[in-house]
Design a protein around this ligand. Structure first.
Ligand code: NAD
Length: 250
């Protein structure tokens, strides 16, 4: 059995200025992968991710680009090619969740959530596969919310479900080009986004986790990163989305 060899590989991780994306970027860099870090606006955040990668002996560059737009994805993928001459791994991680009762979802809120959570996966993957001549791996960060919906996040839930089905669809079509497509569906993760949900509802995250999760704790971003690396490594993994951090739904 030959596991995926991370040597000389290049990865793009969207939304890696903080949270789960940052943890994935650092974890890939620890494997020796050269990483292109990205955020829409947060220059300080991306610089911090790049610095951490350099501190652990890795190599990274960054691009500020809005991946909800085709142009943003094009410039991000273009930077990988310009800097490192190749692209092997794309992690579609950037996402936003805006809390609103379904009846009050405005056109603007709808458009933003469709664009950041779903269109970005299509745009960045299409731009990336042009350069994956010797095959590659695409990892889509979905959510447990795409399987078990959260109240107040109807559009987010629906887009994450769409990402899970897109992961299967892309895997079916891209297999012939030796490109694998896998997904990760985390429960609540200890990040700005994850914690903001509890803040909004006035809940204590620790208490909630003890009551509602099988393991009694929130997922740490580093755990998601570990799963991402495992999924990339395993040559027969494609099309599937793996849940991490199950709540007590089953
Ligand atoms: P976060 O808000 O802490 O970080 C999100 C990152 O994405 C930031 O760096 C932000 O700048 C970037 N980003 C947002 N919009 C962007 C855009 N248009 N272009 C480029 N970058 C953009 O969130 P997180 O918790 O780290 O979430 C990362 C992913 O994991 C998201 O897709 C999210 O839906 C998913 N997820 C999170 C949780 C959780 O509980 N935190 C659970 C399941 C899934």
């Amino acid at each position: 059995m030959t596991l995926y060899d991370f040597k000389n590989r290049v990865a793009v991780v969207t939304g890696s200025g903080r949270g789960i994306g940052r943890a994935i970027a650092i974890r890939l860099a620890r494997e020796g992968v050269r990483v292109v870090v990205n955020a829409k606006k947060g220059l300080d955040e991306v610089l911090e991710t790049v610095n951490i990668i350099k501190e652990v002996g890795g190599e990274a560059t960054y691009v500020l680009a809005d991946v909800s737009k085709r142009e943003g994805c094009r410039s991000l993928i273009g930077k990988a090619i310009e800097s490192y001459g190749r692209l092997d791994i794309l992690v579609n991680n950037a996402g936003v969740g805006f809390y609103s009762a379904f009846e009050n979802v405005s056109d603007d809120l709808l458009d933003k959530q469709v664009a950041v959570n779903f269109k970005s996966v299509v745009y960045c993957s299409q731009e990336a596969i042009q350069y994956m001549k010797d095959g590659g791996v695409i990892v889509n960060i979905a959510s447990l919310a795409g399987i078990k919906p959260l109240p107040g996040l109807s559009i987010y839930n629906a887009m994450k479900a769409a990402v899970i089905q897109l992961t299967r669809s892309m895997a079916v079509e891209l297999a012939a080009r030796s490109i694998r497509v896998v997904g990760v569906a985390p429960g609540f993760v200890r990040t700005k986004m994850g914690l903001s949900y509890f803040k909004l509802l006035g809940l204590d995250p620790g208490e909630w986790a003890r009551k509602h999760t099988l393991t009694g704790s929130l997922v740490e971003p580093e755990e998601v990163a570990e799963l991402v690396v495992a999924l990339i490594k395993i040559p027969s993994m494609t099309g599937e989305t793996v849940v991490i951090g199950s709540d007590r739904w089953g």
